[in-house]
Ligand binder design. Structure first.
Ligand code: HEC
Length: 120
């Protein structure tokens, strides 16, 4: 009988735990590759493309702002883009067409972004 309980634990809970564990080191690599052009190599919103953008890329080191966003909100904006969150469409949707990121890769990015404003 008890194995059923463990099966339920494994199926229901473990993916949830895995989902919440982003790998910040992997996120950093992707960030430098895909995000730094706009957000800057250190996430300050000062990438080489930033001066040309009418809406400035978010400064991820701005803890006062970033702390107000839940991990889920950051995840969703990276996956679905700025427009879907009522923000600037200049922030691309990375869950869409190539270079498409997996949920795990986006989770890694969220973990990395969290380190920029000082991990709690
Ligand atoms: C083409 C330029 C560009 C690229 C590339 C880009 N962003 Fe952005 N991003 C923006 C802009 C512009 C905003 C600001 C949107 C606003 O404030 O309306 C933004 C905002 C954000 C925000 C904050 C949303 C908020 O609530 O204010 C997050 C998080 C973010 N970007 C993550 C990323 C990640 C992660 C990547 C790489 C996978 C990335 N961005 C790549 C332009 C870009």
């Amino acid at each position: 009988m008890s194995w059923i309980v463990w099966l339920v634990v494994a199926v229901v809970l473990l993916p949830g735990i895995a989902w919440s564990a982003g790998d910040a080191a992997k996120g950093k690599e992707k960030y430098q590759e895909l995000c730094a052009a706009c957000h800057g190599a250190s996430g300050k919103g000062d990438g080489p493309a930033a001066p040309a953008l009418p809406t400035k890329p978010r400064d991820h080191t701005d803890a006062a702002y970033m702390d107000k966003l839940t991990d889920e909100q950051v995840f969703n904006i990276v996956k679905s883009g700025g427009a879907a969150a009522g923000k600037s469409p200049l922030m691309p949707a990375w869950g869409g067409p190539p270079p498409k990121l997996s949920d795990q890769q986006i989770q890694d990015l969220v973990a990395y972004i969290r380190t920029l404003a000082g991990a709690k």
